[in-house]
Design a protein around this ligand. Structure first.
Ligand code: CTP
Length: 400
């Protein structure tokens, strides 16, 4: 799995930097190409000579080469890599990564890196447990970075606890598993709807909802990373898509989203309907801005929008997989099961607005997946990227 993979290994100033030597050896043995980028503090713990000998590449640390003044391009390096691994990652470097403090070559490379990033923290127990570190790690998770959890044991401070960098062979195993999962959706065509819809009232007003689109965009990104050709129909959101595997269609209203979904679905292997589609739209749209005219109350007549999920449920052919979402405030299970059946879905992702950290306008989500065979799986509170990964895992098992 790691043969010919180009890996940037970022090393920061921790006693665990000595394990980086074993890590490089293990990666090279698997056929990977390793380029080390080390922080100035990292060099206090392991010498560049050791690292360049093992990796068979000069180690990069400064923006300029001391000898000939050559400029090391962090942008080129970021584009070169198939994966970036920061191991060991200190609390300071994790903080800089989370906040974009680009004061050394490693952080600038991280900020320029288009490839997936793995971070293996190494620090004292209390530093790791501190809310500042945990918030920074959650921030990295929300960027889609993978955190390799440290293990428990005796730490350099002689304190026992969680903070030891994961062992090199276990880190290599995680990278291998990651690359193994990469191509599982190769050539699969997946339709995803995301974000809210805006239903026009007049030229300046609309009916909308709080959906940010983050969950749907995370799903699109994960599917694309696993090799799928994704068609993302997005309502009005302020998120960019970068992966070349994603074809994005921007729409505004439920009607526009419906038309795009209906036309593209027949070609798809699967569809994940993540959009918070408005159930109703104003029956008439005023051509001019509506005036207040001193009225105490006004009535807006609404007419039903088409149900995209239910319409695709009718069109669904054998072998096509259809997944939906249910965001509920009460009787969650009953409503979710009803939607699963009514819309002819293969599975439904339930999130409750009563769960702290779940639902709209958060970076995290807590879900249960209910499938049409009666299976129910509950997941813990995770970043939306990790949740997306769990959902795509479920989709993969059904597409096999
Ligand atoms: N959905 C859709 N088109 C609609 C309404 C909903 O495709 N017009 C999809 C959503 O994307 C989601 C699922 O159906 O995957 C459930 O959406 P939800 O709004 O919870 O369901 P509704 O059927 O609208 O039920 P209610 O609003 O009564 O809870």
């Amino acid at each position: 799995m790691l043969k010919d993979k180009k890996i940037i290994l970022g090393i920061t100033g921790s006693i665990a930097a000595c394990k980086a030597a074993y890590l490089i050896r293990a990666l090279i043995r698997k056929g990977a190409e390793v380029q080390v980028v080390i922080t100035p503090a990292g060099k206090e713990f392991i010498t560049p000579l050791t690292l360049s000998t093992l990796s068979r590449h000069p180690v990069i640390s400064e923006f300029f080469s001391n000898r000939d003044g050559t400029w090391h391009s962090h942008v080129d390096l970021g584009l070169w890599a198939d994966v970036m691994l920061v191991a060991p990652a200190t609390a300071a470097s994790i903080g800089k990564m989370a906040h974009g403090i680009a004061d050394n070559m490693l952080i600038t490379t991280y900020l320029s890196c288009k490839a997936p990033v793995f971070v293996a923290p190494a620090m004292d127990r209390d530093m790791f447990a501190h809310p500042a570190t945990q918030q920074n790690l959650n921030k990295l998770r929300s960027f889609g970075n993978h955190i390799i959890e440290p293990t428990e044991g005796e730490l350099a401070s002689r304190i026992e606890g969680k903070g030891r960098m994961e062992e090199p062979d276990k880190i290599v195993e995680q990278l291998e598993n990651f690359f193994a999962s990469q191509n599982l959706l190769h050539k699969k065509k997946i339709l995803i709807t995301a974000g809210p819809t805006y239903e026009k009232i007049d030229p300046v007003r609309f009916i909308g909802n709080y959906s940010s689109g983050r969950m749907g965009f995370a799903l699109a990104e994960i599917c694309a990373r696993r090799g799928a050709e994704v068609t993302l129909i997005a309502g009005p959101v302020s998120i960019a898509t970068e992966h070349p595997g994603i074809t994005r269609i921007d729409v505004e209203s439920a009607e526009e989203m419906y038309l795009e979904a209906i036309t593209t679905f027949s070609d798809m292997h699967a569809a994940i309907l993540c959009a918070a589609v408005a159930d109703y739209r104003p029956e008439t749209v005023s051509a001019e801005k509506m005036k207040r005219e001193d009225k105490e109350a006004i009535t807006l007549r609404l007419t039903a929008n088409k149900d995209i999920a239910a319409s695709l449920g009718v069109l669904k052919r054998k072998g096509q997989i259809l997944a939906g979402f249910a965001l509920e405030t009460k009787d969650e299970m009953i409503h979710a099961l009803d939607k699963l059946k009514r819309k002819n879905l293969d599975f439904i992702v339930l999130n409750s607005l009563n769960e702290p950290g779940a639902g709209f306008r958060t970076d995290t989500n807590k879900i249960s997946i209910l499938d049409n065979k009666g299976g129910i799986t509950d997941y813990t509170l995770k970043s939306k990227h990790e949740v997306a990964s769990d959902i795509v895992d479920k989709l993969q098992t059904l597409l096999k």
